[in-house]
Design a protein around this ligand. Structure first.
Ligand SMILES: [Zn+2]
Length: 152
């Protein structure tokens, strides 16, 4: 059985979060990679135990980053250049098609890492290492639950 006890860690700074995000490492401990295989992210960090894949639409962040980079960074400029006649039309369409198929796969891992980096850069107190209590729950989820308890 896997031990999901959260290991005590030193506080994590914004620069730590950015450095770990650019290296595709766990934002909480920086000791492990985010992925267990090419396209499978660890549900929990194998080193510190922090939940990395939280479900409930958490995948939408990486999806938006991936889609944004692929479309606005490659596909749309290639289509625009092809239609404007800046580059030959057919090679531009072929390149845009290849980019539309391959870039989402190639950007999948870095998209997840950039999402986690952005999320915890904006909300560093959500990192288990930066919290006084031994919890892996997100603070806003706790507030939501507390709010629901008050209504009862
Ligand atoms: Zn970790």
């Amino acid at each position: 059985m896997i031990d999901h006890t959260l290991a005590p860690l030193p506080k994590v700074s914004h620069s730590d979060i950015v450095r770990r995000g650019l290296r595709c490492q766990c934002p909480n401990c920086g000791q492990s990679k985010l992925f267990r295989s090419f396209l499978k992210i660890h549900h929990r960090c194998p080193y510190c135990g922090m939940t990395l894949e939280r479900g409930d639409g958490y995948y939408l962040g990486p999806l938006c980053i991936n889609y944004g980079i692929a479309v606005f960074g490659a596909v749309a400029p290639l289509l625009l250049a092809g239609f404007a006649g800046w580059i030959p039309f057919m090679p531009a369409m072929i390149a845009a098609g290849i980019a539309a198929l391959l870039l989402p796969l190639l950007l999948y891992r870095i998209s997840w890492s950039l999402w986690l980096m952005s999320y915890y850069f904006c909300l560093p107190d959500e990192l288990h290492a930066n919290r006084p209590e031994d919890s892996d729950e997100l603070l806003f989820e706790e507030e939501h639950r507390n709010g629901m308890n008050v209504e009862r």
